[in-house]
Design a binder for this molecule. Structure first.
Ligand SMILES: [Zn+2]
Length: 256
């Protein structure tokens, strides 16, 4: 039988939950956006705002830092494939897939970090914009992706300062606005899911929009990059920039 103390304890627990929720809401983040739903190979979070709305309302830094806190500090997951999917008017989902980490090998890169060392033809021809804390690139493997990297050589989102995190999402949204294209998914691999050690986010763009917005505008840069992998030095260049990595069928520099 419930005692008065139990009732009071219940009331207190409700009050305490309510207060916590109010605290959460006061920073603009709805607690349901931080609820982990189990999916195959990991967790999924659903945020009712779009990425653009998160950025415009200055919530992106807090939201993504809270998600990363849940994954790394609470769940102790450090090897993961993080994927953002737009859901139209219904906001976005952020998935963290980690259960296949045992099959992953981690980074295998060449002699240079192509995101830090600008003193090489591949980095020079793929760079399209330098912001104070981020760089925007065409994909070094010539796929339909824009790449955003922090200027600092860091390997995880959790290593970003609040300022860097704010700027990172703002710059991602800004380049999409500038190029006039939508995104299909955004991917951030961590730990063993990486192929390149420097943190980078791949912004996948649909084929039609890619040709219309990016392909034409950066025709010369794309040609320069193609030339690097279509010349006598092809194998040397692949080793230099990508190490012994295997390329999948989507790669623009797969075996010719
Ligand atoms: Zn680097």
């Amino acid at each position: 039988m419930a005692t008065k103390e139990d009732d009071l304890a219940d009331e207190f627990s409700k009050l305490s939950t309510k207060t916590q929720n109010e605290i959460k809401l006061s920073n603009g983040i709805d607690p349901t956006w931080l609820t982990a739903h189990s999916i195959k190979d990991g967790y999924s979070f659903w945020c009712q705002l779009t990425l653009k709305q998160l950025v415009d309302r200055q919530l992106s830094q807090t939201y993504f830092q809270e998600l990363i806190f849940i994954i790394e500090k609470e769940q102790q997951i450090y090897d993961f494939h993080m994927r953002l999917d737009p859901k139209g008017q219904n906001g976005l989902t952020v998935d963290f897939l980690y259960k296949t980490a045992a099959n992953k090998l981690g980074p295998d890169q060449g002699d240079v970090c192509i995101s830090c060392d600008m003193n090489n033809p591949l980095s020079q021809s793929s760079l399209i914009k330098k912001n104070p804390t981020t760089c925007i690139w065409l994909d070094a493997q010539l796929r339909n992706k824009l790449i955003i990297t922090p200027r600092r050589h860091i390997e995880r989102l959790s290593q970003m300062s609040e300022e860097e995190m704010t700027q990172f999402w703002q710059d991602a949204q800004a380049i999409l606005n500038e190029e006039g294209c939508n995104w299909e998914t955004m991917i951030l691999n961590h730990g063993k899911y990486r192929t390149h050690s420097h943190l980078h986010m791949k912004i996948n763009i649909g084929q039609t929009q890619w040709i219309r917005c990016i392909g034409n505008k950066y025709k010369e840069k794309i040609q320069q990059m193609q030339n690097l992998f279509a010349c006598e030095e092809r194998d040397t260049n692949i080793k230099k920039y990508f190490g012994n990595r295997k390329f999948n069928k989507w790669s623009g520099i797969k075996k010719q």
